[in-house]
Design a protein around this ligand. Sequence first.
Ligand SMILES: Nc1nc2c(ncn2[C@@H]2O[C@H](COP(=O)(O)OP(=O)(O)OP(=O)(O)O)[C@@H](O)[C@H]2O)c(=O)[nH]1
Ligand SMILES: [Mg+2]
Length: 199
Amino acid sequence: MKPHLDITAVILAGGRGSRMGGEDKGLIELHGEPLIQHVIAAIEPQVGHVLINANRNLSRYRQFGHPVIADSLADFQGPLAGFLAAMQALSTADMVTLPCDGPLLPDDLVERLIKARDKAQAEIAVAHDGKRLQPVYALIPKQLRDSLQRYLNGGDRKIDLWYAKHRVAHADFSDLPRTFVNINTPQEKKRLQDGQSVA
Ligand SMILES: Nc1nc2c(ncn2[C@@H]2O[C@H](COP(=O)(O)OP(=O)(O)OP(=O)(O)O)[C@@H](O)[C@H]2O)c(=O)[nH]1
Ligand SMILES: [Mg+2]
């Protein structure tokens, strides 16, 4: 699969990790590598640029060889805070967002999001696993930065309500539910480590 050089992958590693006992989830190890390293390895070949969004351990995150940006809003206000920080730093017209804790990505994640958006002539494409939207896996143009800024200035934080203001295409991943296996708790980490993740 050829890389989409005009896309920046934004890896969201800015959460509190509260279900993981407050650990910085991107840095916990799976099969001897930090979780975010698994995500970087899977997404790097698909895009022209990678940006890491983190709020702690910034110098550690810089060691992965990509720019690291922190939220411009304080106090862990959720993934949209990470979207906004990324849109303020973006050097490409579009970004694909994804979380730091989902290591089982297909090699056509970016391709599928682009195709879905083109086909529907939408502004945004969001992954759909066949049952529900997976809102942090999305293709979003930088052009929507002011819309997001206004939305957050208004005090809202819900991702679905912001999407509802725009034309959104659903990218079908119902054949690949493992894409969205992610690690929120020590139990989920153990399950994935033991290879029982896809159930
Ligand atoms: N930039 C940024 N990203 C966030 C924030 N909160 C969550 N995220 C990211 O959004 C994605 C989904 O969040 P969760 O899986 O709930 O991760 P989390 O919020 O760290 O974990 P919990 O505290 O257990 O909910 C992850 O990639 C997080 O890193 C935030 O305040 N800022
Ligand atoms: Mg959370």
